[in-house]
Ligand binder design. Structure first.
Ligand code: FAD
Length: 804
């Protein structure tokens, strides 16, 4: 065995094999894959091999398509068959909500270049004659996908990688990992020690245990999963084509042809966690005992929906474990604070996702950049809140919903509440309907008396629609209170703080008492964050950004190597915040603040440390609604008093609560983009419009060269808000934006603009179409709707209210 390697990949399942192949393809041939048993011996060998392109997140869908298209390449390179059955997929809807979701998939697929269409049930039955169409109301057909041979595919990756020079050691178990002072690793195995610069955890069922070797607790857990193989079906005899792989949402069933019979699997509602505390060392190529009694009711639904299956016997049952993260997406990337340690685990759809994961991870390792936005599968989307207890509740919830549709207005109940602000109970008492963001409860909207604080899951407008309208109108007419504790907050202090921030951020770093919008770029000039920086004193700064991205941004800050005289700390749990917005907000604040808040004394983008009522606070004149507004930050011990003071002072001015839904509507009326939706590492300063906050006169900041090059050449596409022709539904995200029948972009966010009376969609359109009044179309739930580009904000385009 080699004693040194540039990288050691732990695990020879499909994900480790793909990672190995992609590292080799990017030019890292000095890579060693270590597998404690035979290749595929974790969850890979007994997988059903199904592959599909659909994912609720566009970039993951794209990587899934990449994975499926890759199989021909590795077959050609390796000479090893992947056992491909590219027979496409059928998705069946039994309810109007499911039908809406299929139409949304069709709209999304256009820009992703995937062939999908809504088809009649008759056509569906031609593709799969086993369907009893009386249970369904609609069907979607997609050309991509089908199934492959799990073992053949894994071996094809490994053989192709070996031809590029990498090494593989089977029956070699990694026992421990020791990090040297220079950040390199001693990988201790039962066959000796390998010295490696990088280590990648692709240990699948054992990813948690490999995480423990470096002192981290990855949010990953295995679930048992059953499928059945039937005896041959007379209905399939003599057909010249296999039936199309079929997903039945209502039955929570998937099925496909396996020789002359059918493979049918289910994601049952009360799934069983496998090995909740420790995965046995000696588990390898084993199956788990079948549990027909528990699963019978769920398979029976399948036998009703596909009656021919009930008329033949079961040839074999498979019960095997595989792993999930709390939200069902993989965990990929570097881990903050553990140098040169990478993860690619919790992959529940290895045959749809493995290739894409290998691709982005290899770029990340070799080029320090995954090359595209992958926040939805970045390990950094979880923080300290994702404890083993959280994971143990969320993973079974996710498993039970694997084939349920995720409605855009749906909040999942498991492991709630985890993080609560000191005013949680007060907001609940005021009718707050909560969502969870990075584990923290935050108010989405406030049910007034007589309205139930609950919402029907739907792709269309819900009962919250008129309530959110009232919240928006009250903010624009009088004054509203929104809790901002769910924003990401960071304190940067020390003598070198300004110089370090100057290098990390592309904007000018504000002087004491000022606050500035601050884009942060990666070396390729793409957006890593649109944060704001408040300078409290020459060496103390408060940075505010997206709460979802707290771990993501902390990892980026630390990777940007703050020098010894700079301290960077997350203030997620040490600062609470509230935004007061609306024309009467100054009047309200002046009741509680001794300083003069008149327009000339406390201007837009000023910041001050002062007392607000009882609370020592940081007060900024800023906000995200486009109205006159303030953000107030204080510590948790004062926060409830601050809230009470604000509420008492505001009552007679007409103060109302508003939640995240209203904020989305208000910000789109002002054409403000939001990180992780509209602004992501896929986009550049020129495309987002954030270039207006860049200080191009600075000689050194991350991403400068790329930003300058883009400024010279001009952006190819631009962020724009579009006014969409009215119907009873608004965009939810990723719908294709069409021009003359061709998809030219996709929607990044949307809302109804209650104060401008228009349905709004935001997204990127080619620069040539980024003209006032340009006519486009968006397919919303099967209807092509006119979309008109509006270059100026629809509300208060001159920003007079913000500055008032
Ligand atoms: C019944 C069933 C049906 C499925 N159907 C599908 C499907 O249709 N489509 C689909 O895409 N996915 C399916 N899956 C999921 C799929 O199996 C997984 O997504 C995939 O196998 C994950 O691969 P992996 O490489 O991450 O993990 P694993 O396959 O678990 O591989 C991890 C490897 O790491 C090795 N290892 C662990 N620790 C060490 C150590 N300390 N030292 C050395 N080696 C180590 C293990 O021996 C193992 O070989 C199914 C799973 C099951 C159980």
């Amino acid at each position: 065995m080699k004693t040194s390697a540039r990288a050691v990949v732990i695990g020879g399942g499909v994900v480790g094999a793909s990672t190995l192949y992609h590292l080799a393809r990017i030019g890292w041939s000095d890579v060693l894959l270590l597998e404690k048993s035979e290749l595929t011996s974790g969850s890979t060998w007994h997988a059903a091999g199904g592959m599909h392109t659909f994912n609720g997140e566009a970039n993951i869908s794209r990587l899934q398509k990449y994975t499926i298209d890759l199989y021909r390449e590795i077959e050609a390179l390796s000479g090893q068959s992947c056992g491909l059955h590219p027979n496409g997929g059928l998705m069946l809807a039994a309810t109007p909500g499911e039908l809406d979701s299929l139409k949304l998939i069709c709209s999304r697929a256009r820009y992703l270049g995937m062939e999908t269409e809504m088809i009649s049930l008759e056509e569906a039955r031609n593709l799969n004659p086993l369907i009893d169409t009386s249970h369904f109301i609609g069907a979607l057909w997609r050309a991509d996908g089908g199934h492959c041979d799990p073992s053949g595919t894994t071996h094809a990756y490994v053989k192709a990688a070996r031809q590029l020079g990498v090494s593989v050691e089977r029956f070699t178990r990694v026992l421990s990992l020791g990090q040297r002072r220079d950040g390199t690793w001693d990988v201790v195995t039962d066959k000796g020690t390998v010295h490696a610069e990088h280590v990648v955890n692709c240990a699948g069922l054992w990813a948690r245990e490999v995480g423990h070797m470096v002192g981290i607790e990855l949010p990953v857990l295995a679930m048992e999963h059953h499928y059945l193989l039937t005896e041959d079906l007379p209905e399939l005899l003599g057909r010249d084509k296999e039936i199309v792989n079929t997903t039945d949402y209502a039955g929570e069933i998937y099925l496909r042809q396996e020789r002359g019979g059918v493979l049918i699997g289910t994601y049952e509602p009360h799934g069983i966690v496998w090995s909740p505390v420790k995965t046995p060392d000696d588990f390898s190529m084993q199956l788990l005992p079948e549990d027909f009694e528990r699963l019978a009711p769920y398979f029976e639904v399948g036998f009703r929906h596909f009656p021919a299956l009930g008329r033949v016997g079961i040839r074999k049952a498979v019960n095997g474990p595989f792993t999930f993260a709390p939200d069902g997406n993989p965990l990929v990337g570097p881990v903050r604070g553990v140098r040169n340690f990478w993860v690619a685990c919790a992959v529940m759809a290895g045959f749809s996702q493995g290739g894409g994961i290998g691709l982005v991870l290899s770029r990340w390792m070799a080029q320090n950049d995954p090359g595209q936005d992958i926040i939805s599968m970045d390990v950094a989307r979880f923080g300290a809140f994702a404890t083993p207890k959280y994971t143990s509740m969320k993973v079974p919830e996710n498993y039970s919903r694997r084939f349920r549709l995720a409605y855009p207005n749906e909040e999942l109940p498991a492991a709630r509440p985890v993080r609560r602000s000191p005013i949680y109970d007060r907001l609940k008492a005021a009718g707050a309907v909560m969502g969870a963001n990075f584990g923290l409860e935050n108010a989405l909207w406030f049910a007034p008396q007589g309205v139930a604080p609950a919402e029907t899951p739907t792709y269309r407008r819900s009962e919250a629609f008129p309530v959110v309208r009232a919240e928006c109108q009250a903010v624009r007419r009088t004054v509203g209170l929104y809790e901002t504790t769910n924003y990401g907050k960071y304190e940067v202090t020390g003598r070198g703080a300004r110089a370090w921030l100057d290098r990390v951020f592309a904007s000018r770093i504000p002087k004491p008492g000022r606050f500035a919008l601050a884009p942060m770029l990666n070396p390729a000039g793409r957006i890593m964050g649109d944060l704001s920086i408040a300078c409290l004193t020459e060496d103390r700064f408060l940075i505010v950004g997206s709460g979802f991205a707290e771990e993501f941004h902390m990892r980026w800050f630390l990777a940007s190597e703050p020098p010894a005289d700079v301290s960077v700390r997350s203030a997620a749990s040490t600062l609470n915040g509230v935004s007061i917005a609306g024309p009467r907000s100054r009047e309200l604040m002046q009741h509680l603040v001794r300083d003069d808040l008149s327009p000339s004394a406390f201007r837009l983008f000023q910041v001050r440390e002062t007392a607000v009522g009882f609370a020592p606070a940081i007060l900024t004149r800023a906000g995200f609604t486009g109205e006159l507004g303030y953000e107030i930050w204080t510590t948790p011990d004062y926060f409830a008093s601050l809230y009470d003071d604000l509420w008492n002072a505001g009552r007679e001015l007409g103060l109302v609560h508003f939640g995240g839904r209203a904020l989305s509507s208000l910000r789109l009326e002002k054409a403000y983009g939001s990180f992780n939706k509209d602004f992501r590492p896929d986009y550049t300063p020129g495309e987002t419009g954030l270039d207006r906050f860049i200080d191009f006169s600075k000689l050194d900041f991350t991403g400068r060269a790329a930003a300058l090059a883009e400024r010279a050449a001009g952006p190819k596409r631009r962020f724009a808000v579009m006014e969409v022709a009215e119907a009873d539904a608004d965009v939810v995200g990723y719908e294709s934006i069409m021009k003359d029948g061709a998809a030219v972009g996709y929607v990044t966010s949307g809302a109804y603009g209650h104060c401008v009376g228009k349905s709004l969609a935001a997204g990127y359109v080619p620069a040539t179409l980024a003209r006032e009044g340009a006519r486009l179309e968006i397919d919303i739930l099967g209807e092509m709707r006119a979309a008109t580009v509006r270059l100026e904000p629809l509300y208060d385009p001159q920003g007079l209210r913000l500055r008032s």
